[in-house]
Design a protein around this ligand. Structure first.
Ligand SMILES: Cc1cc2nc3c(=O)[nH]c(=O)nc-3n(C[C@H](O)[C@H](O)[C@H](O)COP(=O)(O)O)c2cc1C
Length: 157
């Protein structure tokens, strides 16, 4: 019999690193629960585990920045999902935005957001954000499916 985790892992997603700035410190974690919500106004969401050490920073800082990872940034998916916050940012070039939040320069796209709502849902908090600023660059997206990283081959390509 399959587990609920296994069933959920069949939904192929992109991979992001979400950052925030809280109590004069950078915080970040790898996240694949990101999704778009609204076009006008532009809104996005993701969910942070209630047991994450960074939960307080993400739910109380007032905003977050989502970096959509490119295929070349696969190592960052590992780097930002373990270790201390200092280890995650060590040797990592960042660009600091007006919001003080850190952007990873080689990301395929980024969304700098202010928190609109925090919804408690089971063992996670869903963070719904209003997009303040965003950007994109050329490249291929990193994909995550059945707990493995890869890339999407387009049917008509
Ligand atoms: C591909 C991938 C996607 C992840 N997505 C999420 C997510 O959406 N929400 C979440 O809370 N943790 C997610 N995680 C787990 C966190 O990155 C991981 O638990 C991290 O260590 C939490 O850091 P912290 O406890 O220091 O805050 C994901 C991990 C990986 C590898």
């Amino acid at each position: 019999m399959s587990s609920i985790k296994e069933a959920m892992s069949c939904f192929t997603t992109g991979v992001t690193v979400v950052t925030t700035h809280f109590e004069a410190q950078d915080w970040a974690m790898t996240c694949n629960s990101f999704n778009t919500v609204s076009m006008d106004p532009a809104m996005v969401l993701w969910s942070v585990s209630k047991s994450a050490l960074s939960n307080r920073a993400f739910t109380q800082s007032g905003g977050f920045l989502v970096n959509i990872l490119s295929l070349e940034q696969k190592n960052l998916a590992f780097k930002f999902s373990s270790g201390t916050q200092a280890e995650r940012f060590k040797d990592e070039p960042i660009e600091r935005l007006k919001s003080h939040r850190a952007k990873l320069p080689m990301s395929l796209a980024w969304f700098d957001c202010e928190i609109d709502q925090v919804v408690s849902a089971g063992d996670h908090d869903v963070l719904i954000g209003r997009v303040l600023d965003f950007g994109t660059r050329e490249g291929r997206a990193l994909a995550y499916s059945k707990r493995q990283f890869g890339h999407v081959e387009m049917a008509n390509a």
